[in-house]
Each structure stands twice: as C-alpha cells, then as structure tokens.
Write a protein that binds this ligand. Sequence first.
Ligand code: MRU
Length: 321
Amino acid sequence: MRRTIDWADGAIVIIDQTALPGDYHLLALRTVGELVDAIQRLAVRGAPALGGAGALGVALAARLGGDVRADAELIAAARPTAVNLRWGVERALTKLGQGADAVLAEAQAVLTEDEQLNKSASAHAAGIVLAECPRRPLRLLSHCNAGRLATVGWGSALGVVWHLHERGLVEEVLVDETRPLLQGARLTAWELAQAGVPYRVQPDGAAAAAMARGMVDCVLVGADRIAANGDVANKIGTYGLAIAAAHHGVPFVVVAPSSTVDSSLADGTGVTIEERDARELTEYAGIGITPPGAEVFNPAFDVTPAALITAVVTENGRYVP
Ligand code: MRU
C-alpha cells in the first residue's frame, strides 16, 4: 500500500484526502505555500501524517533555498493542535547545518519510523483491549480517522483494528461520521471497506445510545497532543465519547506514537484548540443550511481528562504520567 505522504522527484506527494472516497488521486506539492494550503484544507491530515508533512516541508524548503527557518515556522504554524507537526519540523531542522540532502534524509527517516512506531503502538493497544474486554468477537467504536490515512502508514487507533482483524477477533466497527468534515464517514469507512472489516457508520450523536444498548465493547481513538499528565487532545467529540464510555463502563483506549506526547504541557488546559471556518457548519456540500449570518462555534478538537481514559498507549506501551 502506498504511503499517505512521501517524497518523489523533488516534491511532496500526498493522497488527496479531500477527494476520498469518491476519487482517489495524488497531489504533488512543490512549494511551501502549496504544502501549507494542503495542511489547512486537510488534504493531508492526522497527527502522525502531519509529523511527516512537517519534516518533508523543511526538506522541501531547504532544497528550494530562501529563508528556510521562516518557511519552517510557516509550516509549523499551519495548524496549531497536533504537536507532531512542529515536532517533525524541528526534527528536520536539526540537520539544516549539514545541507539539504541531510535534511531530506532525516525527513525520510521520520517517514520510515512512523509506520513501525504505529504498528508497535497499536500492537500494545490490541493486547490491552483483549485484556480489558472479555467479549469475542469485539465490537469497537471509532471516532474521526486514526487509520493509515492519518499516519504515514498502518494507523494508530485503526491499527488496533488491523491487528485484531488479522486474528478474526472483530465483529464490527461502529464508525462515528465525525461532523463537520466527515473524516469517519469518508475516510475510516473507506479504509475499513478496503480491508474487508465489517463496519457501520453512525451519526456522532448515536454513540452514547449505542453504548447504552450494549453495542460497544471498547472505544478506540487517536490523539493530536498528549499532555504530561495523560490528558488527550483529539477530534471534537472525543471528550463527549469518553464521558459516555465512563458512564457505561466501556473501556476507552487512546493510541498514538510517542511523538504525540508534549511533556512541556503539565495538563490539557494548555493545548491550543484550532477553530475552523464557520462555513464548515453553515454550509453542507456548498448549500447553506443555517439562517444567513448565523454565528458558529467550530472547535476542531477537544481535551479529554486523563481520569476518563482507560489507557493511553504508545510504542513504549501504556503511557504512565
Ligand atoms: O482534523 P484532523 O482530521 O487532522 O483530526 C485528526 C484527529 O483528530 C485524529 O484522531 C488524530 O490526529 C489522531 S490520527 C492517528
């Protein structure tokens, strides 16, 4: 399977996630401006994939010449919540003094490691899910997209599904559609269909009811930033899911590579939450759905307190604050 983000012929090549599932095509990004635009439009998205984008962006900037550090700052600031983006930028910048080829080699290393780290984190998490959830086969609930498309390869939370499905242990995945940009309905459902995993898409508002009906053995989500105490910033709606899961005694497992841990933050109150364009809510497929001039509250992420989380899992195993 091809990587979500890669380097080819002097350009950053991404799978255009704005077009899926209807159309699968690649985009070649040849300037820093094109990369920043692709990040902001969510053509490339998901915290680990953004780590790759940050590192490759610095490699691109170094190759093009100009003020590489200024370009690096533009890339790192393109979206504020996923710490992996700035992490990838900073990691690539450590090689700037050794020239553009060294920066590119470092960015390539970020890509290569990403798939391995996610495989390993999700394998640890699969073990925890099996230990926490007695029922077989498992009924899992997914929010947003934490799959192959959100990483360079394999996936984090959805990576757990791949491990369990290989062993015939998955009955179904309930896929939150993930309003307003539908990463669940468009991307997670597409990945599950490709892998032959049974799934059903549900409106986000159905998740608590599914738990109340006993339809969910475990909730699996990714993370955009994990504070030192284990608080987790992730796609808007994650916090509500965690409250519902705690109320119903459903295990709630977060899976991420350790590059998502931001130990400079004592807890989740310091996470910058991206607020996105009002039109994501006032329009649906280009058609207005609110009264003209409606005000909106459109945070892209929320913070789930560590106390509501059964386990945060990285490639090092269970994260201990
Ligand atoms: O706005 P997005 O689509 O970039 O948000 C992505 C998420 O919230 C994911 O759950 C998170 O990045 C983890 S992906 C492995």
